[in-house]
Ligand binder design. Sequence first.
Ligand code: PLP
Length: 425
Amino acid sequence: MLEKLAVYGGTTVHDGNWPNWPQCTENTRRNINAVLGSHRWSISGQYRGQSSWEERFGQAFALYTGAGYCVPTSTGTASLSMALEACEVGAYDEVIVPGVSWVASASAVLGINAIPVLTDVEPETGCLDPEALERAITSRTRAITVVHLGSAVANLDRLVAIAKAHSIPLIEDCAQAHGARYAGRHVGCFGAAGTFSMQHSKLLTSGEGGAVITDDAVLARRLAHLRADGRTLSAQPPGMDEMALVESAEIMGSNYCLSEFHAAILVAQLEALDEQLAHRRSNAAVLDRYLVSLGCLPQATAPRTTERSHYTYVVRLPQSIVETQGAECFAAALSAEIRLPCKTMYSALNENRLYKPLSRNRFGLGKEFTDAVDPYRYQLPVAKEFSRSCIALPHRMLLADPNAIELVAAAFEKVVRLIVNNRGA
Ligand SMILES: *Cc1c(COP(=O)(O)O)cnc(C)c1O
């Protein structure tokens, strides 16, 4: 009998019984219950005799990453906007944004009325290309944002050197790279600030959430103001039932506070992070070897990466398949074989259907601005090719037992072999 692809009604390679994400731990449940009974559900609630979970998480995450300061926030998008504003970036300023990322990398820049300058990426990592960065810098560039994409760390040596040479602050968007390390240090510690998202899909999550880390005390103080409407937490513990936030008002802020529930979840989830990352890392290394033998090219990372973290397992498909069937068709066939949603990579931001600055009236800031934010003014050939030829598998796949990883490899082999002319007839 002819072997059939599952997408055409054949037998699947894996039964779809994958690990779940997120994973609730005993301490996660315990911490949530503690908040429920605490009568303090936000840092803006009255002090009840204990430091807030928000402060505890901030301290734990600073300790984990080795950063001097950590300000928890409500989302990754808020983290990015806050980090930019803390660096005094604002209206009409240009901010470098890599051409392949989640839309928030660009929309967070627009969110402070600055101009995202979409810049091309490296073909092997999909991260900001140092040479394209050099070309994109102008006299109006006020910040460089770098995304550690998928399972890669960007080339920090070169990117940091360029930022320094031009005296422009560099912000690492680490929403996909919790726990990744470069030259032995955690990502997020190489520039002015590092931003994180703790949204549901991320490697450390409370459903929604975020954080900014920095070594700079002045930035940290601005970040604290920005997240709590111009208020900061008092240095001394306040009296019982008094407000812990004081109206220091050095700058105006917004409400980007992480709730006590989210912070309590993150304190518990952080305890499990390193073990999960190590599990994914060892499975990914096995899968890399199988896929290379099939003519696929697993995403590369910058040479001095010491620990990768895998938000998505990104792999470039053989060119012959990209040209004939396309990555979307391959992803659908693979998804059916392993009963796990595998996707094509994000479209390059200049072609991304979610990136539509001119669909919002708030950006009607005059012709100069609307021209500057028009995505059609960009050419991002490498980003486009990266998006067209790569697929991304979700990180919960890598939390499975090693034998399941062999089935993923077997599914790739089956799809590579049969997709070109198999309809299973
Ligand atoms: C998820 C993500 C964000 C945005 O985070 P939210 O918490 O969803 O606001 C920003 N940048 C990158 C690279 C992301 O993956």
